[in-house]
Ligand binder design. Structure first.
Ligand SMILES: [Zn+2]
Ligand SMILES: [Zn+2]
Length: 90
């Protein structure tokens, strides 16, 4: 996994949701990926003392055709990465 949070913009997107917008780190497709904050909180409970941004796993969900799309993946290019969510947004 690589950290590419720098390229993503996070903004509130309804109750309990953030919307992450940015380019896929692998195929550069513009992505909009909802981040469910309840998942973020569950992750944070495992490390209650941390003050760092939360990190949530994201996957490319582009609609492009990809020659190298992994078998069994119906969307995206197969890229996975971690997105940091600032504590004030979570
Ligand atoms: Zn793509
Ligand atoms: Zn991609």
């Amino acid at each position: 996994m690589q950290h590419v949070a720098d390229h993503f913009e996070l903004r509130p997107y309804g109750k309990g949701l953030l919307l992450a917008r940015g380019p896929c780190p692998r195929c550069a497709a513009p992505l909009e990926i909802p981040v469910v904050l309840t998942t973020v909180r569950l992750l944070s409970w495992r490390a209650p003392a941390r003050t760092d941004p939360f990190e949530v796993p994201m996957a490319c969900n582009c609609n492009e055709d990809h020659d190298h799309r992994p078998a069994g993946v119906s969307e995206g290019c197969g890229a996975f990465w971690l997105l940091g969510v600032p504590a004030e947004l979570a």
